[in-house]
Write a protein that binds this ligand. Structure first.
Ligand code: F6R
Length: 260
């Protein structure tokens, strides 16, 4: 794991966007795994800026989002289809046919999930996966106790996650109980993971994921077994790490050829 602590969420998101833009420049057909929520917003803003101001071409990129609420139509303002359209897809040049978000309205959910897995495999797998983290250590919507080998499937949100996500809905009662999410096993197969976590409210989950034991009770802790996981933090989310000084030292002394 590479743990990078930067002064602010903004700087961390710019770092992540530069890493992803570098990948797209090297491999224009890159397959991106994308996350929603408040955490990655500055990441999307920076990619949009690079597209508009620096000519970053996303025309051959394919994307797969982590998750979607069951029962929400793509037009619903709190759906992840809507989030992605508003914050990213409508502002860059990825053809709509190359963007994938799980279908929350599918009548045969197991078949929908299986098809999503097949589509990821058909695209050649995900080159880089952007992740946020829940206060309980979830990645995607793999809540504590999720199988660490799980694939795309339906999950039931914890009450805490429903409350955390309530601000995106006009009425907290409206937050669906069910979601479709890539599994932990699906995420582990991606070639590079960039996890973004900001603010003190994520500090405990980050400390348990990075320095605690690997356990299904903290799904993000399995990233310790990922072949290339970059954990991008700000001072708040890093505040409970015991070895923060060591991670800073490693980053400061990173060889020039390894830098983004
Ligand atoms: C979103 C997702 C979730 C969020 C997590 C953090 O697609 O998969 O795991 O990343 O719930 O959400 P925020 O960023 O709103 O704190």
């Amino acid at each position: 794991m590479e743990i990078i602590i930067l002064p602010s969420a903004q700087e961390a998101c710019i770092y992540a966007a530069r890493a992803v833009a570098g990948l797209i420049t090297r491999k224009p057909t890159a397959v991106l795994g994308l996350a929603t929520g408040s955490t990655p917003l500055p990441f999307y803003h920076e990619l949009v800026r690079q597209h508009r101001e620096e000519g970053l071409d996303l025309g051959q990129v394919t994307t797969f989002n982590l998750d979607e609420y069951v029962g929400l139509a793509p037009e619903h303002p709190a759906s992840y289809h809507h989030f992605m359209r508003e914050n990213f897809f409508s502002k860059v040049n990825i053809p709509a046919s190359q963007t994938n978000v799980p279908d929350g309205l599918g009548t045969d959910i197991p078949a929908t999930c299986q098809a999503y897995e097949a589509d990821i495999a058909g695209a050649g797998g995900i080159d880089v996966q952007i992740l946020g983290i829940g206060g309980d250590g979830h990645i995607g919507f793999n809540e504590p106790s999720s199988s660490l080998a799980s694939r795309t499937r339906i999950k039931t949100l914890t009450q805490r996650t429903r409350e955390d996500n309530a601000p995106f809905f006009s009425n907290p009662q409206e937050v669906p109980h069910h979601v479709i999410t890539m599994g932990v096993g699906t995420i582990m197969e991606t070639r590079h993971v960039i996890l973004l976590a900001f603010g003190e409210k994520k500090a405990q989950a980050v400390a348990e994921s990075v320095e605690g034991p690997i356990t299904a009770m903290v799904p993000a802790s399995v990233l310790q077994l990922h072949r290339q996981a970059t954990i991008l933090l700000d001072e708040g989310s890093a505040s409970k790490l015991k070895r923060a000084e060591y991670y800073r030292w490693v980053f400061e002394n990173k060889p020039a050829w390894q830098r983004v």
